[in-house]
Each structure stands twice: as C-alpha cells, then as structure tokens.
Design a protein around this ligand. Sequence first.
Ligand code: FHN
Length: 476
Amino acid sequence: MSKKTIAVFSLFIASIFVINNIHAQDTIALQHGAHRIGRREDTMMQRWRGYGLGQFIHFGLYSILGGEYNGETYNGASEWIRSWNKLPKNVYDSLYKQFNPTKFNPDEWAAMAKQMGVKYVTITTRHHDGFCLWPSKYSDYTIVKTPYKKDMIGPLVKAYNKQGIDVYLYYSILDWHSKDWRDDIKTEDDSIAFARFKVFVKNQLTELLTDYPTTKGLWFDGTWDKSWKKNGAFTDSLEQYLKQLHPGLIIGSRFRADDLGKRHFDSNGRLMGDYEQGWERKIPENFAATHDNDWDCVMTFGENGWGYQKKWLGHWKTTDELIEMLTKCVSLDGNFVLNFGPKSDGTFRNEEVEAAKQIGDWMKINSAAIYNTRYTGWEKQDWGYSTISKAGKQAYLIIFNIPVSGKIRVHTKPNQDINKASFITDTNISLPIESVDYGYKLISVPQQVYKTPFVIELNIEQSKQKMKGQEENKHV
Ligand code: FHN
C-alpha cells in the first residue's frame, strides 16, 4: 500500500471515529450516543435560553374526574387515575364521550399567560392515556370523537403565537390506549406490534409538525420503558428525521436512548438532546449540578399531580415560593416552567388564575432580571440570587432575605466592578456601595419591612485586569 493510500485510509477511519465517538476520551464506542459536545448555540436555542419563564398545561380526559371516582379521592397524580384499581378501565376509556370543554377560550388562556410574563408554553397534545387533543388521522381516540369535536391544538398555537409566546408540544410515547404499545419487547409478537407502534409515532409526530408549523419544539414523556430503551437506534434516527423535517426544532433529553438503553446522558455521560429535561419538581442545588448544560425545571403548584384535581392535596406553593424557584432556576442558567391543570370545562381554577396574576404583577416590574439573563458565577449569598444580562453590563440581585444589618454582600468576578447600585424600580437613586476586604462590596438598603422579593440593579464595569481589592491575601 502506498503512503498516500495509507494516509487517505487513516483519515477515513479517523473521521468515522470522530462521527461515532465525538470525544476521544469516551471509553464506550457508541453509534447513538450524544452527537454534540457542549451547548447548542444556534438562534433558536439562544431564544430558548432567554425565555426564563414558561407555562406547562396538562389537559385531557383525566380533567373530567379531577382525581376522584365514586366519591373517593385517588392519592396519585390525577392524570394517572386510569391506573387506579378502584376505577374500572372501561369507565375511563368512555370518558371521551363526555369531554366537552365548552368554555375553552384559547385567547383567554394566551392572554393569561402573556399577563403572567410567560415566554413559552408546553401543552399536552397526548398524555399517557393516548387521547389526542388534535384530530389525528392516525388515531381513533381523538377530540373529534368527543361532543366538542373541534381541534384544540391549532387554536391554542394560534392564540399563543398572537401574544408572542412560543409553543412546544408535549407528546407521551407511553400509550395505554394503543394495542401495539408495549412496556417491554419479550416475544416476536411484541416486536411486530411495537414496530407498528413506531410507525404510528413517527406518523403522528410528522402530522403535528406539519399541521402546526410554528411549533418550536417537542416535549417528550413516557420514554422510560424497556421497549423504548431497547430501540436506541430508532429513537436516534427519529430525532434526526424530525430535526430535518423541522429545522431549529428543540428536543430535550427525555426523548431517546443510546445503544445501551441509557437515557438523558449517554453511556459516556454526555447529554443527549438540546437541554437537560430531568429536573422535574426539583431544582439543581448549585451550578456544578447543571454540568453547564441548558436545562429547565417543570413545577407543579401542589406536591405532585399535573392534571386538574378537585381537592387540593398537600401544600399549595405561594406566589413568593414560586418566584423564588423561578429566580433560582434563572440564576443557574435554567428556565422555570409552571404547570396548570385546567378544569374539564376549559377554565382554570381560581387559585391558578390568581397566582398567574400575582406572578405577572411581579414580572412587570422585575422581568429585566429574568429574561435573557444568565448565571453570574458569583459566590452565592444568603439574601437570594443574582443574574446578569447577556452583555454583562447589568446584574440583578433578587432579594428574598434581608440581613438585619441592611447590608447586601456581593462578590463579583475579579475583573468586574460595580459602578452603581439602585432599586430596579428607581434607577435614578443610587444605593451606597462600600468596598471591603477580599473584594466584597456592601450595598446598603433602607432597613424596613419588605413585603415582596425585590430587585437591585447593578451597573457592571468589565475590565481585563483584577479590580482593586480583589487581590488575594498572600500573607496568611
Ligand atoms: O407521568 C408524567 C406525569 O403525569 C407528568 O406529565 C409529568 C410532567 O413532567 N411527566 C411524567 C412524569 O415524569
């Protein structure tokens, strides 16, 4: 073999190696592991990163029961009531005959979300029961079979888009209605049935993206069963197909599995998908826990349960708690997505309407600290959370706990100085800033009772050198 042939051959082998194993130090050779190192940086993903606040909506047949049957309350999540042994399956499976959200008004839903300050919404097109809120031609279990008859997804997409809110479609792979869905593939028959199911899923997803072309992303769920995890190659090819079909499409880490059936992170520990989708009803403790990935946290008002619940079980989060969760997420580079479970008539419960209004009132004043901001990298302090604008010129201190001294302690990065501090509500009045040892700054706020979390805006000066006072003490 000539030297040239050897060189070309080596290059060919190397390129295969790079495509299949994006990282040389990855120890496990994968065909269907992560295909990207680090964050996705295109315009659509940057837009996603800037949302800050999102809305989740769980609406479906389970909304009729509201977590109750025969005068008894189901203790699980209300949208899972079909799996309760006290509820006959045929009762649940006939609910579609009464599904009639006559008061559903997509413009009112979208106006409420807009007022709340939401930048994106994720709506259940199909939850685990398999019932479709759009008139899918691939299913016999859809909205057109109900007394309501009309598509709900199209009008919702239109109404939210009219308000400038991006729409993401939730789709459960797990399907209690389909005869072809399996939780595992153990026999030849399972294999044949699940092969039909995969075609069905691909058809429905194609249909959703074709019928609702402004969709920005798909939010997958119910992908934890062995049947799906044994189909890593298929899930990978389907994701690539969907992204070609719909350029810019965003899909989180819940969708696919790698060659060995690992989800979210492949067998080499690399994130699969455009953002980490494992933060359900929990928030990373610190930035290290995010592994520098994009991520979002989906959160319920109550303890658990996403669909409408007639009785509110457990603790109902207050608006201040929710705002604290929102700011914690944004301060760690994540988005916060709050779930709503409308009643079967298509209206929201009063508590949700009221909370949406209160969050919106807070956002009207303070949203500069939330939208298009990022992790500051500053030392965490007990008073609350900090965010910084993309350009790094404004930083925001979102204060939840005032020290009795009235002094807000801040430690910026060594090359950042604070030129000015003021309440976000009145940037004409400067708050006193005192520089103290080890590079700390103390910002004084009036000692009074603050009734809501508030924001201090800082003007940041960036420099290539360390700012005065940030030097380390070498004499200890
Ligand atoms: O089982 C579902 C649940 O009903 C709900 O839809 C949540 C939302 O993130 N996802 C699943 C549990 O992870």
